[in-house]
Ligand binder design. Structure first.
Ligand code: NAD
Length: 353
């Protein structure tokens, strides 16, 4: 039954396809940009320089220092680079780390962003920015950080190794999973969430067998876009809170942590969200949603245990304490002992209960 709801469509222009990177120059012009600063990580600098060359007179320069968790020191260096080359807009080419830097610059200067994602993280669709100062991560939600234009070019995702595609893809699925039981959920987002999960689960299985499959890479990117919209539009719950806490406290890798925790967080919430469980199970083609997501991660050869990505066993209690400290909304009330059990299972890599 459809109840009352509020739906806010976030303003963002999306260009999707293969070879769409060629539209970058026209899209910058459309935004009124005259001098674009290209942002990348050090690993993607050559790709950024190539894009810069294709921008011709619109290319103001490149800053290839984007890194995980958007440290403010890096943002300050990028601000200096922006000033030095008199840039009036930014082009972020890369994963969530690069997108984060573009958002941090937009927050401080108001510049327009053209975002060209090369992973499935989904940050390009959200008005959310996580920044770190002195090792402490803070999150802001502000429409000023939402990119004006996003170009999805499947060609750029072909170089994402199958292992990274798997964890980045399950990171995206996690956004849609929590959207299905969000407090401010609505029927439109649920449609996008279920379709995003279906597209990604299907595509990731194909990519694991043949990482050059263009059809699957296209379907995965399409799914990632849908899941990104979910993350940007409705609120998240226990799963995202846990991953944020674990990542920040123990320096764990973002996408792998999401992949490991998701089946366990979902199993915890299962009794409170039967309709979401049915929709997720249907989308991944499994009898049970939580077990199905665990099996999917295993099929994709992803790591299944937090102990294998650097979390110490002594951290289980600390993580459980932190997870229940700052109260936040979750469909099932936060019970410290049950949450400790779920973290312990995720730590050792057992199946979800
Ligand atoms: P990432 O951006 O850190 O990229 C990981 C590595 O993969 C980098 O070295 C990058 O250069 C490389 N890479 C990216 N695309 C590639 C490709 N196509 N081929 C080969 N290598 C490629 O990883 P991520 O998982 O995309 O992003 C994680 C970060 O994004 C985290 O800091 C997370 O907090 C943030 N994030 C933010 C939001 C938000 O809404 N604010 C949403 C999701 C993620």
């Amino acid at each position: 039954m459809i109840g009352s709801f509020t739906f806010e469509n976030l303003p963002c222009r999306v260009v999707f396809g293969s070879g769409t990177l060629n539209a970058a120059k026209a899209e910058i012009e459309r935004l009124g940009g005259k001098r674009a600063l290209v942002l990348t990580t050090p690993q993607q600098e050559a790709q950024g320089a190539k894009l810069g060359a294709a921008l011709g007179p619109l290319y103001a320069g490149i800053f290839a220092g984007a890194t995980m968790h958007t440290p403010v020191e890096v943002t300050e260096q990028a601000l200096a680079a922006m000033k030095a080359c008199e840039a009036d807009c930014v082009v972020s080419l890369g994963g969530g780390s690069t997108t984060g830097l573009g958002k941090a610059l937009a927050l401080r200067t108001g510049v327009n962003q053209l975002c060209i994602p090369t992973t499935y993280a989904g940050s390009e669709m959200t008005p959310i920015l996580g920044e770190t100062r002195d090792g402490l991560k803070t999150t802001v939600r502000d429409n000023a950080v939402l990119p004006e234009t996003v170009i999805y070019d499947v060609d750029l995702t072909l170089s994402l190794p199958a292992g990274l595609a798997a964890t980045s893809g399950i990171n995206a699925i996690a956004h849609a999973v929590e959207a299905l039981y969000a407090r401010d959920n609505n029927p439109v987002i649920s449609l996008m969430a279920e379709e995003g999960i279906r597209a990604l689960a299907n595509a990731l299985r194909v990519i694991a067998a043949n990482s050059d499959d263009r059809g699957a890479r296209t379907e995965a990117l399409y799914g990632a876009w849908l899941c990104g919209v979910c993350l940007g539009t409705v609120g998240m719950a226990l799963h995202h809170k846990l991953c944020h806490t674990l990542g920040g406290t123990f320096g764990l890798p973002h996408a792998e942590t999401h992949t490991i925790v998701l089946p366990h967080a979902l199993a915890y919430n299962a009794p409170a969200v039967p309709e979401a469980m049915t929709r997720i199970a249907r989308a991944i083609g499994a009898a049970d949603a939580a077990q199905g997501l665990y099996d999917l991660a295993r099929q994709l050869n992803a790591k299944l245990a937090l102990r294998d990505v650097g979390m110490p066993e002594s951290g289980i209690d600390k993580a459980a304490d932190l997870a229940v400290t700052n109260a936040y909304w979750n469909p099932r009330p936060l019970e410290r002992n049950a949450i400790r059990d779920l973290i312990a299972r995720a730590w050792s890599g057992e199946a979800p209960l």
